[in-house]
Design a protein around this ligand. Structure first.
Ligand code: DAH
Length: 339
């Protein structure tokens, strides 16, 4: 390899670098001249065959060419890049007068909005969130909640059966049992999620949502329950609403009550939503029946508790004055947009 050959490589490389039309072409030239098997590397290898005294001078020469070519490559690369950016900017000019069809924007579903609002209110009272399986063992959905086989209370909850021992949960109350069985006491939880019943009309869905509250501590009374629920109702629906507790029956609470709130739509004057009574039922509650503690192997009266269960759709209907529960699963954006 002679100096003139080396000069030829250099000239070719410099021309190739300046002729390259884009970054990819330029990179290919770099590989061709400076790469592992490139022309310059091959020239270095030939050095081995030179007489010993010529080696240092030739090596120096090759190195000088290498440094020069590398600098030329970098210069060409930055020139190409800025050329590419310039042409991209020219191509991608924004036409601000161009009109586009408007995009529909997604929104949180009102059921999730209401559920989240309920959580944040109850979190302020020290409650934390739980969920549970949608397919429940008969034991958790009924028996552990003091609803034995053939008990008439099973008729209150028209059940979807999965097989002989499993059901689609008819309420969120089984979450109480899962927590009592597995968690450390004292305990304040809010359970939530879909529940299922064979039922469908203007005010019932086969798949709706419930919110379950449970507080277990060393001394829990009916007045704790009333205070908690009254606070919750006021925070959720707004101040000025009244809460009313009517004696009722649930197998898993004793005593039990149904909770009504004064109608927020007509301010208790009477309207179609409250069926002209001034009151709307929002759910059930009571002190946890000692039989439930017994099933969950929780010591009573060392531990006592209250529980409550509300329908989420119902709370949304009352808060927003929705006229048909079937709007919720229909997912019509004209309905969903209003929340
Ligand atoms: N699980 C009941 C139902 O779905 C509602 C309920 C009533 C839940 C009383 C409770 C309660 O926790 O204490 O009809």
């Amino acid at each position: 390899m002679s100096q003139s050959q080396l000069d030829q490589i250099k000239t070719n490389a410099l021309k190739a670098f300046s002729d390259a039309q884009n970054s990819q072409e330029l990179y290919n030239c770099k590989v061709q001249f400076l790469g592992k098997s490139g022309a310059l590397t091959e020239a270095m290898k030939l050095m081995a065959a030179l007489p010993k005294e010529e080696k240092p001078a030739f090596g120096k020469l090759v190195n000088e060419v290498k440094v020069e070519l590398e600098a030329a490559y970098e210069k060409a690369e930055s020139a190409l890049k800025s050329r590419e950016i310039d042409s991209k900017m020219l191509e991608e000019k924004l036409d601000l007068s161009f009109s586009v069809s408007s995009q529909e924007q997604g929104k949180e579903h009102p059921i999730y909005k209401v559920t989240n609002e309920i959580f944040s209110i109850m979190a302020r009272l020290g409650y934390s969130l739980r969920t549970g399986p949608l397919i429940e063992k008969d034991y958790y959905n009924f028996e552990a909640l003091n609803i034995p086989p053939n008990h008439p209370a099973r008729d209150m909850q028209d059940t979807f059966f999965v097989d002989d021992t499993h059901v689609l949960r008819t309420h969120t109350s089984p979450i109480q049992i899962h927590s009592l069985e597995t968690e450390k006491l004292p305990l304040r939880i809010i359970g939530t999620g879909p529940v299922f019943r064979v039922d469908s009309d203007i005010s019932h869905l086969p798949n709706f949502h419930q919110i379950e509250g449970m507080c277990v501590d060393s001394q829990v009374s009916m007045s704790d329950l009333k205070g908690t629920i009254s606070f919750f109702v006021k925070e959720f629906f707004g101040p000025g609403l009244k809460t009313r507790f009517r004696p009722s029956f649930f197998p898993f609470t004793e005593p039990s009550a149904e909770v009504d709130c004064s109608c927020p739509i007509c301010k208790s004057k009477g309207c179609s939503l409250c069926k002209h009574t001034g009151w709307i039922e929002i759910g059930g509650c009571g002190l946890i029946n000692p039989k439930v503690f017994e099933h969950a192997k929780v010591e009573y009266p060392k531990w006592q508790g209250f529980a409550f269960g509300f329908g989420v759709e119902r709370m949304a209907i009352i808060k927003y004055g929705v006229d048909d529960i079937r709007h919720f699963p229909a997912n019509d954006v004209r309905f969903l947009k209003q929340f």
